[in-house]
Write a protein that binds this ligand. Structure first.
Ligand SMILES: [Zn+2]
Length: 506
């Protein structure tokens, strides 16, 4: 039985959601006992608690990232000018370069970057399952970071060779679902902080096979099954009728489904997702860059009626931190401003304008996508996403006197966070009642026991992690430099049935 711990957050301004999900900045103390918020009121006596002075601090619910590929740290920086098809070769397919140890460090560092940015929960679409050890080290990396994670085990197409690019014939060799079932009986991990989810994209295997796999996943007690729903010509247009309709036809669409992207869906699909209480994760930066369409997380982007938004069932994700920073607030900001541009443009095209922005395009709406709506999408709305007694102590504490936040924080803390802040303004991050960032710096991590033999250490500072990453990245790059990308891209176009005529010369 772990010993009881308590932390008292003294004299901060807490961002507390009311019953209508409006945020009420409230000057208060917050007492944390073990992993949960025990009391929210003024002038709590410290007793035996560790006291954190929150004078001139904003206490926010920790942010929730509902679509992430946490392993990809060593690939950061290479996708700056790429669209989706190119990424499938230079990013997604490079899973084959990662040893199990590389996965541990990639996952750990990706999650630490998130914690530094105030994210306390991640739904990880972990498509790094090239062996049982890779899955185990991914889970160990997430657990060691201190973050809360739904680690979604993912059957993948494994690469057999480059030059030419070939794949292993059978993506469902016996070990794939056996490993899943073993993990399902072994988890959850880290006092329940890491739970097992499932992710799946191999729908070409056909209805019977896919139904069988989903049945195994459900039997494993899985609460979240996450699926890429990416449309558009970059990947051959996706499924005829779309992935939402396919799941409906195969009787697999229910409240456990979390689609990522879902750009450019029509109203019928949006209604279907609402009716079944499934959810979506919008990842504005990657969607805007990679020609995937307008993010569906703000309805006001769709006044032209060409496709539909799904703001009431949406949340935010990073997708690839190999593309962009892992700040969910960064995604809230770029998503919000993009939607405001779409909204304004709709009227400007008609020679008109509006007197103001609608509530659905407010900074509070963006903040809610990063908090309460993220919790709903992750199916954890009774535990995370808001500051309330009995909820998990997952918090991001901002410095209201920082150069970026001062004056904004005192006027409107939500505006300060959404439009003015960066991870540098986050002084303290608490996950599951434990301090993971303090005085603006990540605290050292304890390596999960099952990874200690692979890692060779029991504790890691951020500097240790960064040095390992530089070495790991360099080893991979030497291999990546031998790849014929032109040949690999041509092969991938055939795999995805991409229509060459859709590509316009630039
Ligand atoms: Zn993705």
């Amino acid at each position: 039985m772990p010993s009881s711990t308590s932390i008292l957050l003294k004299n901060g301004v807490a961002l507390i959601h009311d019953s209508d999900n409006h945020v009420v900045p409230t000057k208060t103390d917050i007492l944390i006992q073990n992993d949960r918020i025990a009391k929210i009121e003024k002038d709590i006596e410290p007793d035996a608690a560790e006291v954190i002075d929150c004078t001139d601090k904003i206490i926010s619910p920790g942010f929730i990232d509902t679509h992430r590929h946490g392993w990809q740290t060593q690939l950061k920086g290479r996708h700056a000018n790429e669209l989706l098809l190119a990424y499938m070769v230079s990013g997604n397919a490079q899973a084959c370069q990662f040893s199990a140890k590389d996965v541990f460090y990639g996952q750990l560092a990706g999650m630490l970057e998130s914690i530094a940015a105030g994210t306390t929960t991640v739904v990880d679409h972990a498509h790094i399952t090239v062996s049982p050890d890779h899955a185990k080290m991914g889970i160990a990396g997430a657990a060691s970071s201190g973050i809360r994670s739904v680690y979604c085990y993912t059957p993948v197409m494994r690469i057999k060779s480059w030059n030419p690019l070939t794949y292993h014939d059978n993506p469902l060799e016996d070990w794939v679902m056996e490993t899943f079932s073993n993990l399902a009986s072994e988890g959850p991990w880290a006092d329940g902080r890491i739970t097992l989810g499932f992710a799946f994209d191999l729908f070409f295997l056909g209805a019977e096979v896919v139904k069988g796999i989903f049945a195994v996943a459900k039997k494993g007690g899985i609460q979240t099954i996450t699926i890429h729903s990416a449309h558009g010509p970059q990947l051959g247009g996706g499924w005829p009728g779309g992935i939402t309709q396919l799941l409906k036809e195969w009787d697999l669409l229910d409240e456990h489904i979390l689609f990522s992207h879902s750009n450019n869906i029509d109203r019928a699909d949006a209604d279907l997702i609402r009716q079944t209480n499934a959810h979506i994760s919008s990842t504005p930066s990657t969607e805007l860059q990679m020609a995937m369409g307008r993010p569906a997380c703000f309805d006001a982007s769709f006044l032209d009626g060409k496709s539909a938004g799904l703001q009431d069932h949406a949340s935010l994700g990073i997708d690839c931190h190999s593309y962009i920073s892992a700040s969910i607030i960064g995604e809230a900001r770029i998503g919000l401003q993009n939607a405001r541009a779409n909204f304004n443009e709709y009227y400007l095209q008609q020679g008109k304008t509006t007197a103001g922005l609608p509530d659905s395009l407010s900074v509070e709406a963006a903040f809610n996508l990063a908090t309460v709506k993220g919790a709903e999408a992750a199916r954890m709305e009774k535990d995370i996403g808001r500051i309330a007694e009995g909820f998990k102590a997952d918090l991001a504490i901002f410095d209201a006197l920082s150069p970026a936040l001062v004056a904004a924080a005192q006027h409107d803390p939500i505006a300060a966070i959404i439009l003015h802040s960066s991870p540098a303004d986050i002084d303290t991050v608490i996950v599951d009642g434990k301090v993971r960032k303090q005085n603006g710096r990540l605290v050292d991590t304890a390596v999960e026991e099952q990874a200690q033999e692979t890692v060779g250490k029991a504790n890691l500072s951020w500097v240790d992690v960064a040095k390992e990453l530089v070495g790991s990245r360099g080893r991979m790059q030497a291999e990546i430099d031998t790849i014929d990308f032109e040949e690999a891209t041509a092969t991938l176009k055939k795999v995805f049935h991409v229509d060459e005529s859709v590509f316009v010369a630039t």
